[in-house]
Design a protein around this ligand. Structure first.
Ligand code: SF4
Length: 126
């Protein structure tokens, strides 16, 4: 590229076209804008992917362990050792905050269980 004698525009001998410096700046800003949009979308998608899933009581593993979102709904015939004071937030395998309504459970690979929930793997928090 070279400057023509008549103007301050840049000439591209390969395309026989002129590119004004202002156009270059706009094009550069457009590229930056598009990059920011794409990067922002990637971050949003990434956050979505990391959002924790809740354990579905109907999931085969959860159903086998008798998981319920409220400990009072546990099947007492099938799980006679269950007691209503056994709740996920009092279980060794629960890692949610004390005041949280739900938190990750190690048995379910870190998926969220209800703080008031229960399953047959309940172990009293030490
Ligand atoms: S292992 Fe503990 S925290 Fe996890 S679902 Fe069963 S009772 Fe709740």
């Amino acid at each position: 590229m070279f400057r023509t004698a008549e103007s301050t525009a840049w000439a591209d001998p390969r395309q026989d076209a002129c590119i004004e410096p202002k156009e270059i700046a706009v094009d550069s800003n457009r590229r930056v804008f598009l990059f920011q949009v794409i990067a922002g979308g990637a971050v949003a998608a990434s956050n979505g992917a990391h959002a924790q899933q809740k354990v579905d009581p109907k999931d085969p593993q959860a159903a086998a362990l008798g998981y319920v979102e409220n400990t009072t709904q546990a099947d007492k015939k099938k799980f006679p050792k269950h007691a209503n004071d056994q709740k996920c937030n009092g279980c060794q395998l629960y890692s949610g905050a004390a005041s949280a309504k739900e938190g990750p459970c190690a048995v379910f690979g870190g998926k969220l269980v209800a703080a008031e929930g229960w399953c047959n793997s309940w172990v009293k928090k030490a």
